[in-house]
Design a protein around this ligand. Structure first.
Ligand SMILES: [Zn+2]
Ligand SMILES: [Zn+2]
Length: 179
């Protein structure tokens, strides 16, 4: 019961409204619940520390948690396959409720005299992990013909001029701009 993710709230719930600031860094996966994903997928770095900076405030029957959570992540560029690392910082504004009704899927439970921030931090970070990250906005990718990294070199391959590819290219650039 020594995890910094476990925040005692008995006093806060007795004294409504009251609040405390909670700031800490601790392993994202303290419980080792998560299998590392395949290297090609975006993932939180194994054993990385998540940083939590939130205000924990009581209301009648529950606790509101507002602030930011951050964790380093890794992935590979979807155009050139270069490894990427970054820091994901996510704003959070969540409720913890005493005697949480099962139909309330928007809130987390107050567990006895504690709230456990770990699940909330996992949810916030996993939701925001970039699914198809780019090493940089204007990554040129690899040449589809010779495989050269177009960020580092140019090749003499001619782009396919088959008009059927034009539609596909248009779709691709739509896809890119939705990132
Ligand atoms: Zn790239
Ligand atoms: Zn080429």
């Amino acid at each position: 019961m020594n995890s910094p993710y476990l925040v005692p709230v008995a006093q806060l719930l007795r004294d409504v409204p009251s609040s405390v600031e909670v700031n800490f860094s601790a392993p994202f996966d303290e419980e080792h619940e998560f299998e590392p994903l395949p290297a090609a997928d975006s993932d939180v770095m194994p054993d990385a520390d998540a940083t939590v900076a939130v205000r924990v405030q009581s209301f009648r029957g529950g606790i509101r948690v507002r602030g930011t959570v951050a964790a380093p992540w890794r992935g590979v560029c979807r155009r050139c396959s270069a490894p990427i690392v970054g820091l994901l910082e996510v704003p959070v504004d969540e409720r913890y409720v005493e005697n949480l009704p099962p139909e309330d899927e928007e809130a987390y439970p107050v567990e006895g005299d504690f709230i456990n921030l770990a699940t909330m931090v996992h949810d916030a970070i996993f939701l925001e992990l970039p699914i198809a990250p780019l090493c940089r906005e204007d990554c040129q990718g690899l040449c589809p013909m010779c495989g050269i990294d177009r960020n580092e070199a140019t090749c003499a391959c001619q782009p396919a001029s088959d008009p059927r590819w034009a539609t596909l290219d248009a779709l691709r650039s739509e896809d890119d701009s939705s990132q």
